[in-house]
Design a protein around this ligand. Structure first.
Ligand code: FES
Length: 106
């Protein structure tokens, strides 16, 4: 199991356990766990509605690619620890991470 923490927009935190071996993005796991993540573009790094802030574990993640960085640049509330959750594969590198959901709700 891969364990990490998700903080919702209201500050509520929950630990998620995700089985290893599934090739899912963090966005897909968040949606599947009933968080409100619009993911309008379906995970193509084109909408930024899957924006998360990485409060812990940022250095363990693979670096963002150009398409992700370009999209994050368009967000007024983007910061150094911002990522698009659709561009993050859920694997052991997320273990112990803390992700705050930031993307638009509607
Ligand atoms: S789902 Fe659209 S950018 Fe991530």
């Amino acid at each position: 199991m891969i364990q990490f923490t998700v903080e919702d927009r209201d500050g509520t935190r929950q630990m998620l356990d995700v089985p290893e071996g599934f090739s899912l993005s963090l966005m897909e796991v968040l949606k599947g766990s009933n968080y409100t993540v619009l993911a309008t573009c379906g995970g193509m790094a084109l909408c930024a509605t899957c924006h998360v802030q990485v409060l812990a574990g940022l250095d363990s993640l693979p670096p963002a690619q150009d398409a992700e960085l370009d999209m994050l640049d368009t967000l007024p509330d983007s910061d150094f620890d911002s990522r698009l959750s659709c561009q993050i594969r859920v694997d052991e590198r997320l273990e112990g991470g803390i992700f705050r959901i930031k993307g638009a709700e509607q």
